[in-house]
Design a protein around this ligand. Structure first.
Ligand code: AMP
Length: 585
């Protein structure tokens, strides 16, 4: 029998949204007041993410509450209470101490969504080392690049991932001193440890040392158009924004069951899959398995999820399966739906109403901002297709960079510009790892420039227009074309490669490569298969090109830069635009 979603008015009666009046909230909000909602370390010893997310609940009234409900891909499940999470993360911090790891060292995780990933993240933060998650579907190349750049000293991984991806690379990673394996280590040696055995032997007591709110806490890699991946640095003060946005943008209340479907290998999965729900003291669902429509509906129903934070690619996939399937499940506890990571089509917002009785609330942010910046709110009208309005405490603007490098602020409604933010919110990135010049380039005239183009309507709602640069968004993951091009050029048949995002109805974009072959090489079906396989093997399926075209040459500027914009326009049959910088123009 199909279940009818409860009427919105009844759902609303259940609780008052944290943000009721937008203008009033903007007027009265301050980051100081948001900070005051957190406890801080005992004795005024600073601010530590893990204390706010775990320890303060572990020794308070929430100690017996389920912090994490883990659902394994083979049907098993495990509940971790706040007090248990307090103990296991303390054990992890003690393990780091025993290994001689010190504050500021980088601890990487290459793990699927298993409990140890969450324990390692929070234990690292307790210890004041810097946590750096890697997406477990990355191939060896992206893993090598990120470990090398961030000079990781410790890596936590599984036996399978170790054997497949780390063992062949380790010789190229001189900074990597310890690998902690979840399960039976596949090799013996003083640097390879059985994490579970170490945790068992370690003390479950750990006093978090004094932590300056500006101490480094997280390193999140993101992609630019050129060069190597960039490691965005976030500090412990970020938890102020995680907690505040958990309340204001996701409307988290103590009794909520929250499910963020993002993988912690990407920033959403850490900020909102680990920190924000715990900082808000709610119960968070973790699903180890990959997307599957009926599995997801089953989780929403069986776990009585009330707040769900997901992504447009998943929503579009659910839409394809059909509204009728959604109606087979009892989703009545579900009261707030949010989406992030890519543009959310207006049809998807409306479909939310059809399938769940309530719309999806789109919100916008990026790795560098560390937390939600622009959002549609529970108590406010959703404008389908719009990202919403800036959070209280966030000053957003649209700007144009003039030829002399100065900024013109765009004030006319509906005029397009680059989305810019006034620095000063606590989860703002504090640098790109070892790349001060690249960081400095993100700022002009007192603004942080996001690289996104948007417009703002007369009521202050922001509408996403596109990226200013050539980075690719595929299934919610940001891919740098340069990283893919560089890898393809390592193939013996390839002379040059240009990579673009080709529009796709479900994944938003797919990675497509245009390849110029070396003289004498023939672009036949066998070489195509070989190249596609080479890409998948070295980059991983999430990053590798899904389509390859052999071409005679690539369009380039006179200074030799590949004009990906032109490759894309040609691919889509669109006007080529300004080609005055073209090599042959
Ligand atoms: P990442 O740093 O991987 O989280 O990717 C951030 C980028 O994703 C942003 O700069 C946007 O280009 C895109 N993005 C994030 N949220 C949205 C949204 N709600 N609508 C459109 N694009 C988005």
């Amino acid at each position: 029998m199909p279940f009818a979603p409860i009427p919105k008015s009844l759902a609303d009666l259940r609780r008052v949204p944290h943000l009721g009046n937008y203008e009033e909230a903007r007027r009265t909000f301050s980051w100081e007041a948001a900070r005051a909602e957190l406890d801080g370390l005992p004795g005024g010893q600073g601010l530590n993410i893990a204390h706010e997310a775990v320890d303060r609940h572990a020794c308070g009234p929430r100690r017996n509450k389920i912090a994490l409900r883990w659902l394994g891909k083979n049907g098993e499940s495990r509940d971790i209470r706040y007090d248990e999470l307090g103990e296991s993360t303390s054990r992890f911090a003690n393990v780091l101490d025993q290994l001689g790891i010190v504050a500021g060292d980088r601890i990487y995780a290459l793990l699927g969504r298993i409990p140890e990933l969450y324990i390692a993240a929070l234990g690292t933060l307790k210890h004041r080392s810097v946590f750096c998650p890697l997406f477990s579907a990355f191939g060896p190349e992206p893993i090598r690049a990120r470990l090398q750049i961030g000079q990781g000293r410790v890596l936590v991984t599984t036996p399978e991932l170790y054997t497949k991806k780390i063992a062949p690379l380790w010789a190229q990673l001189p900074d990597l001193e310890h690998v902690l394996v979840v399960g039976q280590p596949p090799a013996a040696g003083p640097a390879i440890h059985d994490l579970r055995a170490l945790l068992e032997r370690a003390s479950s007591k750990y006093r978090i040392p004094p932590t300056d709110p500006d101490d480094q806490a997280l390193l999140h890699f993101t992609s630019g158009t050129t060069g190597t991946p960039k490691g965005a640095i976030h500090v412990h003060a970020a938890v102020i924004a995680h907690q505040a946005t958990g309340k204001l943008a996701l409307d988290l209340h103590d009794e909520d069951i929250f499910w963020c479907t993002a993988d912690p290998g990407w920033v959403t999965g850490t900020s909102y899959g680990i920190i924000a729900p715990l900082a808000c003291g709610v119960t968070s669902i973790i699903d180890e398995a990959d997307f599957e429509a009926r599995r997801w509906y089953g989780i929403l129903q069986d776990e009585r999820v009330s707040v769900w934070y997901t992504a447009p690619t998943a929503i579009r996939s659910l839409m394809r399966v059909g509204t009728e399937t959604a109606r087979e499940y009892d989703l009545r506890p579900l009261r707030f739906l949010a989406s992030v990571g890519e543009p959310l089509n207006p049809e998807a917002v409306v479909w939310g109403r059809e399938a769940f009785g309530r719309p999806f609330h789109d919100n916008w942010w990026q790795t560098e901002t560390g937390g939600i910046m622009i959002a549609n709110y529970a108590a406010l009208e959703v404008r389908p297709g719009s990202m919403g309005r800036p959070l209280p405490g966030i000053e957003a603007a649209l700007v144009e960079t003039l030829a002399d490098g100065t900024i013109r602020e765009i004030t006319c409604p509906d005029e397009q510009g680059e989305l810019a933010l006034r620095p000063g919110w606590p989860s703002m990135f504090r640098g790109y790892w070892n790349e001060p010049a690249r960081y400095a380039k993100c700022f002009a005239s007192g603004y942080y420039l996001t690289g996104d183009l948007a417009r703002r309507d007369a009521d202050g709602y922001y509408w996403f227009v596109g990226r200013k640069d050539d980075v690719i968004k595929t299934s919610g993951h940001l891919i740098g074309p340069f990283e893919v091009e560089s890898l393809l050029m390592e193939h013996p048949a390839v002379a040059e490669a240009g990579v673009i995002g080709k529009p796709d109805p479900v994944a938003l974009e797919i990675v497509k490569a245009f390849v110029v072959l070396k003289p004498g090489r023939i672009g036949d079906a066998a070489l195509m298969r070989d190249l596609l396989g080479f890409g998948r093997q070295r980059l991983g399926a999430a990053v590798a090109p899904k389509e390859i075209a052999f071409v005679e040459s690539l369009p380039k500027t006179r200074s030799g830069k590949i004009l990906r914009r032109l490759l894309k326009a040609r691919e889509l049959g669109l006007p080529e635009g300004d080609v005055s910088t073209l090599e042959s123009a």
